[in-house]
Design a protein around this ligand. Structure first.
Ligand code: HSE
Length: 437
């Protein structure tokens, strides 16, 4: 049987990896897919030909991406150019032309996925996006197919390698934020605009997708609560460790009686949890199903060949299903399109979690009582208190509180009141805390 012809948009880090892996593993891939897979037409603005093995097997390479999606010989388009535009126009044009699409573009799927899936549904084609979440970890497949028997209860993941690398280096080597970020950029992990990483936007794109697949709801990026790691200081990492916790940037989605939580923020987790020990640029996602219990998926969340691994697996899936009836393919968001639920996303104010609070207080009798009175009045129970020695000549001392679970709105009120006390100086650092059991 003739090889399936594939069009490739983008020959950067992931595009180059995709060409190399497809070429290196061509024989095994064909045995798995049932047919050969050939990239016949590619488009890229610029690329490093010497770094990509197998480039010579591509029949046509130009800088015209629309020529690739209009190529009548091509059955599958791989979109690896990233960003919203022209990626969205290219993907919609490919669908309109009756081609299947594989993409690693998390921003595109999180923000425009509903529209893209509806268009694909109408045309009877597949849009596959395993590489959009946690790079090489097959988390979409695991949740959509492997855990299909379960009611998913919650999922929590380290889904931005750059943030995890920064927090790991701060905690283990005492390095400062900016120098670690620079290194992540040099390693090729950081987004083109690194604020997407450190402000939590990249992780929120990925969490939006995880939440939809977990609970069968439309993609709702705009309702995801987003906080990055820029407010985390070295001392928080140290104090958290003293209290038996590690700080990780997590994406968390959980089904509650009142709605679905969708939140991305730094989180204290007990150091004995496996996920607390996922370091450097690695990613990990914990998923809890009612039947299976907690499951953990770990691996490289970015990088050339790890991401190519997910891209090519999607291409193989599509090739295997080319002759199947579109109605019988695995649905884009795990649940049948007409079975998506309108369960609401819980506003952050109503989310319940435990907290780490760090504040600077005047070192004199009665100060703690003032703070604990505010917490007590708002029904916030204290789990632990840590007071540090004042620095030489300093009038204020750091005090750290760990609280029990409480609604975010009560904590907001408490923080506002504590901040206004005369005995407290400056801002209060608040980091949410999860047990993840
Ligand atoms: N910038 C992302 C990260 C790359 O650091 O994880 C993969 O999406």
């Amino acid at each position: 049987m003739q090889a399936v012809k594939v069009g490739l948009l983008g020959l950067g880090t992931v595009g180059g990896g995709t060409v190399s892996v497809l070429s290196r593993n061509a024989e095994e891939i064909a045995r798995r897919a049932g047919r050969g897979i050939q990239i016949s037409h590619a488009a890229a603005k610029e690329y490093n030909a010497e770094a990509i093995t197998g480039l010579d097997k591509i029949e046509t390479i130009s800088d015209d991406a629309f020529a690739v999606v209009d190529d009548p010989e091509v059955e599958i388009i791989i979109e690896l150019i990233g960003g919203y535009s022209p990626a969205k126009e290219l993907v919609l044009a490919a669908i309109e032309n009756g081609k299947h699409v594989v993409t690693a573009n998390k921003a595109l799927i999180a923000v425009h996925g509903n529209e893209i899936f509806a268009a694909a549904q109408k045309k009877g084609v597949t849009v596959a996006f395993e590489a959009a979440v946690a790079g090489g970890i097959p988390i979409i497949k695991a949740m959509r197919e492997g855990l299909a028997a379960n009611q998913i209860q919650w999922a929590a993941g380290i889904i931005n390698g750059t943030c995890n690398f920064i927090l790991t280096e701060m905690s283990e080597k005492g390095r400062d934020f900016n120098s670690v970020l620079k290194e992540a950029q040099e390693l090729g992990y950081a987004e083109a605009d690194p604020s997407f990483d450190v402000e939590g936007i990249d992780a929120a794109h990925k969490l939006t997708i995880i939440g939809s697949i977990a609970f069968g709801i439309p993609l709702q990026f705009e309702k995801t609560y987003i906080e990055g790691i820029t407010t985390i200081e070295q001392q928080d990492v140290i104090y958290a460790a003293e209290l038996g916790y590690r700080i990780k940037h997590l994406g968390i989605t959980r089904k509650t009686e009142n709605g679905i939580e969708m939140r991305v923020h730094p989180t204290l987790i007990p150091h004995r949890r496996l996920i607390a020990n996922v370091d450097g640029v690695m990613n990990a996602v914990l998923v809890k199903g009612d039947a299976v219990g907690p499951t953990l998926y770990y691996g490289a969340g970015a990088g050339s060949e790890p991401t190519a691994s997910a891209v090519i697996a999607d291409v193989i899936d599509i090739v295997r299903a080319l002759t199947s009836d579109p109605e019988n393919r695995v649905p884009h968001l795990a649940f049948q399109p007409n079975e998506l639920s309108d369960t609401s996303i819980l506003p952050m104010e109503e989310v319940e979690t435990a907290y780490y609070l760090r504040m600077q207080a005047i070192d004199r009798p009665g100060v703690l009582a003032e703070v604990t009175a505010i917490l007590g009045d708002l029904g916030i129970s204290i789990e632990a208190i840590l007071q540090k020695e004042p620095e030489e000549g300093a009038s204020h001392v750091p005090i750290i509180f760990l609280t029990q679970r409480v609604q975010e709105k009560n904590m907001n009120e408490a923080i506002e009141k504590i901040k206004n006390l005369d005995v407290i100086e400056g801002d209060i650092t608040r980091i949410r805390m999860e047990i993840l059991k």
